[in-house]
Design a protein around this ligand. Sequence first.
Ligand SMILES: CC(C)(COP(=O)(O)OP(=O)(O)OC[C@H]1O[C@@H](n2cnc3c(N)ncnc32)[C@H](O)[C@@H]1OP(=O)(O)O)[C@@H](O)C(=O)NCCC(=O)NCCS
Length: 176
Amino acid sequence: MPQQLGSGNAPAARADAKRASESATEMVQVVLPNDANPLGFILGGTVMHLIDIAGAIACHRHTRTLLVTAAVDGLQFLHPIKVGDLIILKARVTAAWSTSLEVEVEVFSEETLTGLRRMTSVAYLTFVAIDRDGRRVPIPGLILETAEEKRKAADADVRRAERLKARTRLQQRGGC
Ligand SMILES: CC(C)(COP(=O)(O)OP(=O)(O)OC[C@H]1O[C@@H](n2cnc3c(N)ncnc32)[C@H](O)[C@@H]1OP(=O)(O)O)[C@@H](O)C(=O)NCCC(=O)NCCS
């Protein structure tokens, strides 16, 4: 039986709930010299930009609204991706709450000549749906069908609680 993430304020009853597969996004790009550092590896900032874009596309497909990035969780780069290789980004919505949603973006390198593929990063981003006046708007719920989707949504709830605590700490820090 499909299930939606239904914590307190989640829009579980909305009729427009969607499956993660409906918004799943894959981006493939060749790493060009302009994207690289002097060692011939893609710049971390370029990877972060692509992660933001891939994540945003998946979330736009889920919400069909304007979005802002609210948070990006700690990011690691396990392997360099060199000029001439492909960078592949797979983005999938893991949880949808009232006006915010989380997307997982997996990053892979693929050697053009051998096809060798390696996972290089996994990122979790939170986007918030807004209208043209900057007001937050409710979003469709996420239909959870598989055990893996249910596990990922439960993990996303835990990450969300941590992010909101981190945001409170940042707000309390203040100062200019
Ligand atoms: C993100 C932003 C819209 C949140 O606005 P806010 O008035 O503080 O919002 P609220 O505290 O009422 O939270 C609104 C939703 O966002 C979520 N949220 C806000 N900040 C968050 C954070 N740091 N991490 C995770 N979720 C967050 C809340 O959980 C809530 O989700 P829900 O409605 O699904 O329960 C606002 O802080 C903002 O505009 N930040 C700048 C965004 C930006 O410029 N990004 C980069 C360029 S796009």
